[in-house]
Design a binder for this molecule. Structure first.
Ligand SMILES: *Cc1c(COP(=O)(O)O)cnc(C)c1O
Length: 319
């Protein structure tokens, strides 16, 4: 079966995002290189507009809607960053947006979503089905549902993060990418296949929610209960119908990190690199720092996926 996206889709997304999304910096750290014995390149999507890579996929999807779809508006369900990405993209494109968000989402993410002019509807992530709620809204109001990961335009948009990284670094041996539903990693893996064909793409999940690892190893999509982890952007229950085949074909392995290792990575980012990284955003960094696959002597890419964390919450993690 053909994969949902090709490298051409990522190039097209990159053209749409030109002058709209930030070309985020690629950072180095002497300390990280000394600690790991590797050359590590951090793609800093915590410094992307709205604070995460999600803006890339959301804008790429919304920009391609037909005029009548744009007029009726869009809706989405998200634990936070996809909501902000859709809200900001909608605002820039003059589209109405309604976001279905868990009531325990970080306050900073809900406030930012409303701040972009979107309507926010809350639900209980442990008892209610967000897809059903958003689906009903889409039907009742004629809005177009923008899924957070299982959508070709979203996947292609996310892949532009790795495209930019490889353009800057040249070929790499390893690329660590976090995953929830797998939109980011599937886009990045398609970019890697084209721009650095021998690069091994390694997925990183929270230990408490390793559905992707189980799915990859069993060769079928494994569904789990909503995991309890501080990595709120990776609390997904299953990979997507479109993302899983890409992960199966192009991702070398999936490793896990604990919440304690995430906190250590967030601390390191703040103390040594002067960067605010949210727990989910620190997954790939933690895996590289902990050498979850051997990194010594290698050229290693790390996608820092986001930086949206309540400052008070961050302070408690860092204390
Ligand atoms: C959404 C998100 C992820 C997970 O992305 P998927 O495309 O669902 O795999 C990781 N990190 C951050 C910061 C996110 O917002």
């Amino acid at each position: 079966m053909a994969l949902a996206i090709s490298y051409g889709d990522i190039e097209a997304a990159h053209r749409r995002l030109q002058g709209v999304a930030h070309r985020t910096p690629v950072m180095r750290s002497q300390t990280v290189d000394a600690l790991t014995g590797a050359q590590v390149f951090f793609k800093c999507e915590n410094l992307q507009r709205m604070g995460a890579f999600k803006f890339r996929g959301a804008y790429n999807a919304l920009a391609q809607l037909a005029p009548e779809q744009k007029q009726r508006g869009v809706c989405a369900f998200s634990s936070g960053n996809h909501a902000q990405g859709v809200a900001l993209a909608a605002q820039l494109l003059g589209i109405d947006a309604t976001l279905v968000m868990p009531q325990d989402s970080p306050a900073v993410k809900m406030a930012a979503t409303r701040g972009y002019g979107a309507q926010v509807i809350n639900y209980d992530r442990y008892t209610e089905d967000r897809e059903a709620i958003a689906g009903q809204l889409a039907r009742e109001r004629g809005m177009t549902l923008i899924p957070p990961y299982d959508h070709a335009d979203v996947m292609a948009g996310q892949g532009t993060a790795a495209q930019e990284l490889f353009e800057e670094t040249g070929p790499l041996d390893l690329l660590f990418v976090c995953l929830g539903g797998g939109g980011l990693i599937s886009g990045c893996a398609v970019a890697a296949r084209q721009l650095s064909p021998t690069c091994r793409v390694i997925g990183v999940e929270p230990e408490a929610g390793n559905d992707g690892q189980q799915s990859k190893r069993l060769g079928r999509i494994v569904r789990i209960d909503t995991p309890r982890t501080i990595a709120d952007g990776a609390q997904t229950q299953a990979l997507g119908q479109l993302t899983f085949p890409v992960i199966e074909a192009l991702v070398a392995d999936i490793v896990t990190v604990s919440d304690a290792e995430l906190i250590e990575a967030m601390r390191f980012a703040a103390a040594r690199m002067k960067m605010v990284v949210e727990p989910t955003g620190a997954l790939a960094m933690a895996a590289a720092l902990q050498a979850k696959v051997p990194v010594r002597g290698l050229r290693v890419g790390v996608i820092i996926s986001g930086g949206n964390v309540d400052i008070a919450q961050l302070a408690s993690y860092l204390a």
